[in-house]
Write a protein that binds this ligand. Structure first.
Ligand SMILES: [Zn+2]
Length: 93
């Protein structure tokens, strides 16, 4: 654990999924392993965090986007920013 091979992924919001689509939350910053806090949407404890630091279940955030498509465009919940440019994972054409 001495040399850093690569810079850490930026913890920044990227695309806002369309209502009914899933958030991509892969960054470790989305997971607070030290404590659970009440979800801002369902009030049950969760270790998950939004980009803005709100404790929220990923599924609750996705449900909120589906229920509030207009407010969702303001970027309360967004997927992780993607470093891949011009590339997609699905090249099964
Ligand atoms: Zn929740």
């Amino acid at each position: 654990m001495t040399a850093r091979a690569r810079t850490p992924e930026p913890f920044e919001p990227g695309l806002i999924p369309a209502p009914g689509e899933l958030l991509v939350w892969k960054h470790h910053e989305h997971f607070d392993r030290w404590r659970d806090l009440p979800c801002v949407l369902c009030t049950k404890a969760t270790p998950m965090r939004s980009h803005r630091g709100e404790p929220v279940h990923k599924v609750c955030a996705e449900g909120w986007i589906a229920a509030h498509p207009v407010q969702a465009r303001e970027g309360r919940f967004a997927s992780d920013i993607s470093r891949k440019r011009g590339k997609t994972d699905d090249d099964h054409a």
